[in-house]
Ligand binder design. Structure first.
Ligand code: TRP
Length: 443
């Protein structure tokens, strides 16, 4: 293939929109449309959303900016970057933890993407038509309880991701996502409108937007932090890799803000589409990972042209999942290629092979699925983020940070705010939420 070594040749994105589209392609995925509503539903709704938004602002944006900065400064993947910027120091271990997280995340992510793929076929065969919430929930239970089907669809998804990463056709993918992702957005807006006009919709809005602080405990707070990291693709080197492709003439700060805003907007919109329908149909908001797979078909059933919307929606969701999964796989492949000196195709199939084995476990065993889901988001990613902000805040030096933020020639007005945030606010906040969440500290 033409471009086997994309990560080594320091390509850069040609336009500002290209950068944002690629980083947003990684960020926007099942995390927004599947994970956000399900975790919010399990954690009481409004108060969770409020915490999640606060964490995105106070922690997510600074961590994203720090990651982009590390990548662009070093012009390397995350391990190489730590090695280069901190020679002889153990900082590269943070990169190694990122690789571990990528294995865990893609293992269960591919299972959910497999469900989405199978739902595309259900939609195509018009299987949802006329079914009640109970019947739709039966479809989901039957699918996830089956033995070989979830495994096969997981493997198909993993294979497609591997093919794309192996042959480095990411540039082509980007071209399509620029058209397809806005289309997905239009469908979600349509879903939200239909959902809001269902009878009994108001209770769902109340659930999502009226914080009930009595529903909050230490674990909810940790879940809100984990969701912020997961949804923004933070804490394991994805954004550092993308940062290495960003030209010096682009503003990293603007990129971090645009990507975070886009991602958050889509998650909240997904919530507005899901929760009114959840209440209108009498579904349990804390139903778990099946929440959106039961709720969405119910909304399509109530829409004019619902058949076509459903088919388009699930196909587009698979594509959104693909643009996220390739960013995860790329982190591992880059590590294998650049540090372990494997050939790119070998690296890709080894990584995807191991992830597929783990994926089989996740597809067949709900407890393992849950363990991987929660351990990666609530532990590995926040820890990675903690080290990343400490590295940029305390290790890189103010002058380097300022130079990188102002490389586009304009004064970064937020520089004065950014430094205290990454030195104090973000690391202290992550540490407190984390220690509190795992029970080492009690508030
Ligand atoms: N953010 C993606 C989503 O919301 C998933 C994802 C891609 C991710 N790359 C990541 C999550 C890196 C954590 C870290 O679907």
């Amino acid at each position: 293939m033409a471009d086997n070594n994309q990560l080594n040749s320091r390509d850069s994105f040609s336009s500002k929109f290209g950068v944002i589209a690629a980083a947003a392609g990684s960020a926007v995925g099942l995390g927004n449309i599947w994970r956000f509503p399900y975790v919010a539903g399990e954690n009481g709704g409004g108060a969770f959303l409020l915490l999640n938004l606060a964490f995105i602002l106070a922690i997510g944006v600074p961590v994203m900016l720090s990651e982009l900065l590390i990548g662009r400064k070093a012009q390397l993947n995350i391990f190489g970057a730590f090695r280069k910027l901190a020679p002889g120091k153990p900082w590269y271990l943070v990169g190694l933890m990122g690789v571990g997280a990528a294995f865990m995340i893609l293992s269960f992510y591919a299972v959910v993407a497999g469900w989405t793929l199978e739902y595309s076929f259900y939609a195509l065969r018009n299987e949802f038509a006329g079914k009640s919430a109970e019947e739709l929930s039966l479809i989901f239970d039957k699918l996830t309880g089956a033995t070989w089907r979830p495994v096969v669809f997981m493997l198909i998804f993993m294979a497609i991701s591997a093919l794309i990463v192996r042959s480095g056709v990411k540039k082509g993918i980007e071209r399509y996502t620029k058209i397809l992702m806005p289309l997905l957005l239009v469908i979600i807006i349509g879903l939200a409108i239909r959902s809001l006009t269902l009878e009994g919709a108001y209770a769902g809005l109340e659930f999502l937007f009226r914080p009930d602080f009595s529903a909050i405990d230490a674990n909810t707070v940790l879940e809100a932090l984990g969701q912020a990291f997961f949804s923004l693709s933070l804490g394991m080197g994805v954004m550092a890799t993308y940062g290495s492709y960003i030209k010096k003439s682009e503003s990293l700060g603007q990129t971090a803000i645009s990507v975070s805003l886009t991602d958050t907007f889509i998650a909240v919109l997904a919530g507005v589409a899901i929760f009114p329908a959840v209440f209108a149909f009498g579904i349990e908001p804390g139903a778990g990972p099946g929440l959106v797979f039961v709720t969405l078909p119910g909304i399509f059933n109530q829409m004019v042209g619902g058949y076509f919307f459903a088919v388009f929606f699930f196909v587009l969701l698979v594509i959104a999942a693909l643009t996220s999964s390739i960013s995860l796989l790329e982190v591992v492949v880059a590590y294998f290629v650049e540090e372990l000196k494997m050939k790119r195709p070998v690296a890709t199939w080894v990584a995807a092979g191991i992830m597929s084995l783990l994926g089989v476990l996740c597809a067949l065993n709900g407890a393992i699925f849950n363990l991987f889901d929660k351990t990666s988001s609530n532990i590995l990613l926040p820890l990675g983020g903690l080290f990343i902000v400490i590295f940029v805040g305390w290790f890189l030096g103010k002058r380097v940070v300022k130079a990188e933020l102002e490389a586009d020639g304009r004064v970064a007005f937020y520089f004065k705010m950014f430094v205290p945030v990454i030195r104090f606010l973000a690391p202290i906040a992550i540490a407190l939420v984390f220690l509190n969440g795992i029970g080492l500290l009690k508030f």
